[in-house]
Design a protein. Structure first.
Length: 483
């Protein structure tokens, strides 16, 4: 199959979140299965053309409203994966991908109309005739609408199917209705059945309506988004399309995240030899200025945001900070949450350490050195942190939602089954009880060793997920050619 994977970001080129991890990994795995997969993203300012050996391969024009915008296509490689970059400095030569600390860029509608239309035009210019265009999130969600309308009679794209993956339904690309002419789409589509969303246009909704197949990044999340609580106003649309909606849990690159070969950590280890885990814990305590005790070390790595339950995290740390526990927090995000956590750490020296900012090497040392990994997320479409923590034998304690519910199962000391601890009620009390249960198990060394081995035996590599995507690509093609 020929598959064009369209994303607004991809690691290692440009990243703000988990979308980049998926876009930089999943296409490589599908290509290794023998398919002609190519990735296309904007050429953002942060992408060093020299470092990645990018070369210009074509110039082309992209329709934006009534204008023809001149742009360029550059090509690079991610291993064996061809990567195309759409270059237009007016839109993408900016210090951030989507906005600054003051808010989103005011011309984001125009920027991603250009990108979505550019994806299709670039494929034509390059002579790459995709069986499927796999679009990701609102930034590429107009592509399915274009394929079914403006390009429906184009012989080059007449049978091209589309798959849209929603990585986080909260981000939808909602803009005022007078931006519609810029899209090139007809006012006939400005109705509740199509693009209209409370008087505005909604890019993600366009994709949800027009894509042949829809996916979310976990099975539980695919069900949650069909409810008013987690549907962000689009649950009705998703219920209508539930037969074409599937959940596939994200994976991780098992070679990249391997405690047996990770050069950033103090000592390598594996499920068969856990001694290195103790050395990593000791080294992490020294690095973070924590007391050298026998207490379990609990960690959080991620965005300091309300969605991630960081307010609950702060309360739990405050409550347990003087007990037989230690805490390490690494991340950045909302200013008031950063200050809150720093204040908590100042009140519990030697017990609580907070590093505001992101340090990739330190993150790996936290994964390797901590005993437990905390994720009290209010909602979590998939989550990557718990998958990495399991790989490093760091036991997740998570709110049972979305991808966390699909990947973390409650451990039983009696049966010896399970890989972590979960809580259902989103309260400080429920979160604290789950932690206390984990700590009690930690004190039972045979049971804890069994749990760590269970965790490290979990297989969340991309192989299985990639196979599931391939089946959906085939289904999308059958649906498209049948029409």
């Amino acid at each position: 199959m020929k598959i064009l994977f369209a994303s607004s970001e991809a690691a290692p080129f440009a990243k703000t979140g988990g979308l980049a991890d998926v876009s930089g990994t999943l296409p490589k795995f599908i290509r290794e299965m023998g398919h002609d997969v190519r990735l296309i993203i904007p050429l953002h300012q942060c992408i060093d053309e020299g470092k990645f050996n990018l070369r210009r391969v074509a110039g082309f024009f992209v329709p934006v409203g009534e204008r023809q915008v001149e742009a360029e296509i550059f090509e690079g490689r991610l291993g064996d994966l061809p990567v195309y970059f759409i270059k237009k400095d007016r839109y993408f030569d900016r210090p951030e991908l989507y906005g600054t600390s003051h808010g989103d860029y005011p011309d984001n509608a125009e920027r991603f109309v250009f990108f979505s239309r550019g994806v299709i035009e670039a494929a034509n210019v390059l002579g790459f005739h995709p069986d499927v265009i796999h679009c990701n999130d609102w930034q590429a969600a107009l592509v399915p609408a274009y394929l079914k309308t403006l390009y429906n009679a184009d012989p080059f794209f007449g049978k091209t199917a589309s798959v849209l993956t929603v990585h986080n339904l909260a981000y939808q690309g909602v803009f005022w209705h007078l931006d519609l002419p810029m899209t090139g789409l007809s006012w006939d589509l400005f109705t509740p059945e199509f693009l209209e969303f409370y008087g505005k246009i909604n890019f993600l909704k366009a994709g949800l309506v027009f894509a042949d197949i829809l996916t979310t990044v976990s099975k539980t999340y695919s069900k949650e988004v069909q409810t008013p609580e987690h549907g962000w106003g689009l649950d009705g649309v998703l219920r209508i399309r539930k037969k074409e909606l599937f959940g596939i849990v994200n994976g991780i690159d098992a070679q990249e995240w391997d405690p047996g070969t990770d050069r950033e950590i103090a000592s390598s280890f594996s499920a068969r030899s856990l001694k290195g885990k103790d050395k990593n814990r000791k080294a992490l305590r020294e690095e973070m200025g924590l007391a050298d005790t026998s207490a379990p070390l609990l960690a959080f790595v991620g965005r300091l945001a309300g969605q991630k339950g960081v307010d609950l995290l702060a309360e739990v740390i405050e409550r347990l900070g003087d007990t037989d526990c230690q805490f390490v927090v690494l991340g950045s995000g909302e200013e008031h949450l950063q200050r809150l956590l720093v204040d908590v750490a100042n009140r519990h020296p030697g017990r609580v350490a907070v590093h505001v900012g992101f340090d990739a090497g330190l993150a790996r040392r936290v994964y390797a050195g901590a005993d437990m990994f905390l994720m009290p997320s209010r909602y979590e479409p998939c989550g990557i942190g718990q998958l990495i923590s399991l790989r490093y034998g760091t036991i997740p304690v998570v709110h049972r939602t979305g991808g966390l519910a699909d990947t973390v199962s409650e451990f039983s000391a009696t049966s010896g089954k399970g890989n972590g601890f979960t809580f259902r009620e989103l309260t400080v009390e429920s979160f604290a009880k789950a932690i206390q249960k984990a700590v009690k198990t930690y004190q039972n060394r045979p049971a804890w060793t069994r749990l760590v081995k269970n965790a490290m035996a979990c297989d969340f590599s991309w192989d299985s997920s990639a196979e599931q995507y391939l089946k959906l690509y085939e289904k999308a093609v059958r649906m498209r050619t049948a029409k």
